[in-house]
Design a protein around this ligand. Structure first.
Ligand code: SAM
Length: 248
């Protein structure tokens, strides 16, 4: 018998391996879905007329720097996050807050790690699996619609992502039904123009007010983490076409 394999057999074997790998990764991606039906489409809302930052990274700064600044502890304290709560980490990226929130809410609570990037969520799902975090759910959203189930969240955090939301009015409008009565939305960002990956607090307040949110508190975070603005959602949303865009 010849010691050399025929090139055909080698090619067939290689093709099978490639197929297996791609089936495995697409199976993992296939598990990451939007857990809720679609909200109102972006075209129903007025144009917001300001630049949006590009999505360039699944995280902001290194986790060691953020831990040194006690970013997660500050957020948990100021947002009054407690065991048993269901918290949405909207725009979770690589999950800096997701993994820390998982410990805060404990086994009786849950973290919904949501993002618009399937690839970021696939990596985050692996991280969650490796850390054996059983109270984290992964959810895919759309740029104009978080696609989160109705009345599912006790709180939502949007950390260093607001300036990347491609359709802010539609996004904020479609987020409201996912919030339970009394839920708060905490937005962390830097006080700098949106193309520089920040949101001036006045612009943030204006855009949220346009959809009916009310700011309940504003905090400057220590270190270089920026600010945390906490909002309560509207009890009744305006008609999308009645939203008055903020002037630049
Ligand atoms: C700079 S990263 C921050 C990630 C994480 N929150 C953190 O603090 O490390 C911004 C994240 O927001 C996500 N993102 C951008 N637009 C979004 C949208 N409309 N809905 C949900 N996530 C969005 C991006 O895909 C990215 O993962």
């Amino acid at each position: 018998m010849s010691r050399h394999r025929s090139p055909c057999i080698v090619i067939l074997a290689l093709t099978a391996v490639v197929q297996l790998v791609s089936t495995a990764s697409s199976a993992q991606e296939a598990e990451i879905r939007s857990p809720a039906s679609k909200g109102v489409p972006a075209k129903a809302f007025p144009l917001f007329g300001r630049p949006v930052a590009e999505i360039v990274s699944p995280s902001r700064s290194t986790e060691a720097t953020r831990d040194a600044n006690e970013e997660a502890q500050q957020l948990a304290r100021l947002m009054r996050l407690r065991p048993g709560m269901v918290v949405g980490d909207v725009g979770a990226g690589s999950g800096y807050h997701t993994v820390r929130l998982s410990r805060v809410v404990g086994p009786s609570g849950a973290v919904v790690a949501q993002d618009v990037r399937q690839d970021y969520l696939t990596d985050l799902a692996k991280r969650v699996q490796q850390l054996k975090l059983t109270n984290v759910k992964i959810a895919l959203g759309e740029p104009h619609d978080p696609r989160l189930p109705g009345a599912s969240l006790d709180a939502a955090i949007l950390v260093h992502m607001y300036h990347e939301i491609a359709e802010p009015y539609a996004f904020l409008y479609n987020l409201v039904p996912a919030l339970k009565p009394g839920a708060r939305v905490g937005i962390v960002d830097l006080d700098r123009p949106t193309p520089q990956h920040g949101t001036p607090p006045e612009l943030l307040r204006c855009e949220l007010a346009a959809v009916g949110y009310r700011q309940v508190s504003f905090h400057t975070l220590t270190g270089d983490a920026g600010y945390l603005a906490i909002f309560e959602p509207p009890l009744k949303r305006p008609q999308p076409s009645a939203i008055v865009p903020c002037r630049r």
